[in-house]
Design a protein around this ligand. Structure first.
Ligand SMILES: [Zn+2]
Length: 371
């Protein structure tokens, strides 16, 4: 049974990582997930922004839950087509410019018509000493897809605004580790599919709205319209939690890849965003107690520099009790992010065990949690 869950997670994650879905262009990912839910007998619907919503009706006396994760990925869009057929780009989301040269990319012009390209890296033989250690700002980069003129580029279906993503890729590594494109946050999507499967066999659970959201990498607010539509009492957000077990990350915390699911106790982002999530204490207690009961490890994370759309969802109506849960991940926003399938399995089990514990007696009253 244990092997089955991990195998399913591997398959769904792999399939999702190979589907391009830049922010604002999530349609192919949404269609895959809608079919996956239909395969479990779960109907879904989408809103005007493109969020995919499926509701599992449950105990009407228990607080309702929105379990959500984002479908979109960061990338680039075509900004200008040069007369010689080279393409200039605009960035969309937190694109790491130092990791862009020599990347293979995909122009998403239509299923089965997508066009390969590469982000050029100046010939090494012509690189001067001071260029050698300089990160090129993205306006100086260009994408070469082999075309010789602007007319050829346009004829291929590439135009200003065309989405570009890292060429989708999955690399199987030692143990249960997987690297590749968009583990952020197709891993979260795969976990929710498996949580949905597990909840079907649970005799009693609260009403759970499964939401696969859009535009998280763009503005962190795509999930807001879905949250407004379902008006949850509780929001549980799934995404990566930064693994800190590599030499460049050790000062940030104690989250180990392969060490199990993780819970964010504090997130904040101050560069133009000024938001973050401090989890509701009832939810911290819920996951701590569930992890203990299920004998699952639960890691903690608390640091600034990253945030998710739970920051905005929590502010709706009279407040939504929110928490960020996730899986450890290395090398975020590069074309080769890395996760461990064992962590995804642990996160799935933790959620499937925690959600049924939210019953009519589950209190979100802050006065119960005065320290
Ligand atoms: Zn993410």
């Amino acid at each position: 049974m244990a092997g089955d869950l991990k195998d399913r997670l591997r398959r769904v994650l792999t399939e999702l990582m190979l589907i391009p879905g830049l922010s604002g262009h999530e349609g192919r990912v949404r269609r895959y997930l809608s079919k996956a839910l239909a395969g479990l007998g779960i109907a879904s619907r989408s809103d005007r922004l493109g969020n995919l919503i499926a509701t599992l009706e449950g105990n009407p006396d228990a607080p309702s839950v929105m379990l959500f994760t984002h479908m979109d990925q960061l990338g680039l869009v075509v900004r200008k087509i040069e007369a010689n057929g080279l393409v200039r780009v605009e960035r969309l989301g937190g694109v790491p410019e130092k990791a862009l040269p020599s990347q293979q990319v995909l122009f998403c012009v239509g299923e089965d018509k997508d066009i390969q390209g590469l982000i050029a890296n100046k010939s090494h033989h012509a690189t001067t000493q001071d260029e050698k250690y300089r990160v090129l700002p993205y306006p100086e980069l260009y994408v070469d897809a082999g075309f010789s003129s602007a007319a050829e580029v346009l004829a291929a279906g590439i135009d200003i605004g065309t989405p570009i993503v890292y060429a989708p890729k999955v690399v199987e590594l030692a143990g249960d580790r997987v690297a590749g494109t968009s583990i952020d946050d197709r891993a979260g999507c795969a976990v929710i599919v498996e949580v949905a499967r597990a909840l079907r066999d649970v005799p009693s659970h609260p009403t759970v709205h499964l939401i696969f959201s859009v535009q998280e990498e763009f503005n962190l607010r795509g999930a807001v319209t879905a949250a407004q539509a379902v008006s949850p009492d509780i929001a549980i957000q799934l995404d990566l939690i930064l693994a800190t077990d590599t030499p460049d990350m050790t000062a940030r915390g104690d989250v180990k890849l392969g060490g199990g699911a993780a819970m964010s106790m504090y997130s904040f982002h101050g560069r133009g965003t000024l938001n973050g999530t401090i989890p509701h204490p009832a939810l911290v207690q819920l996951f701590d107690a569930t992890a203990r009961a299920e004998k699952l490890p639960l890691q903690r994370s608390a640091h600034i520099g990253a945030l998710t759309d739970s920051s905005y969802v929590q502010l709706l109506n009279q407040g939504v009790a929110s928490i960020d849960m996730g899986f450890p991940m290395r090398y975020s926003h590069s074309s080769l992010e890395m996760c461990d399938l064992g962590d995804l399995e642990a996160l799935t089990r933790l959620l499937a065990a925690a959600l049924p514990r939210i019953d009519a007696r589950f209190s979100l009253d802050r006065d119960h949690f005065i320290q």
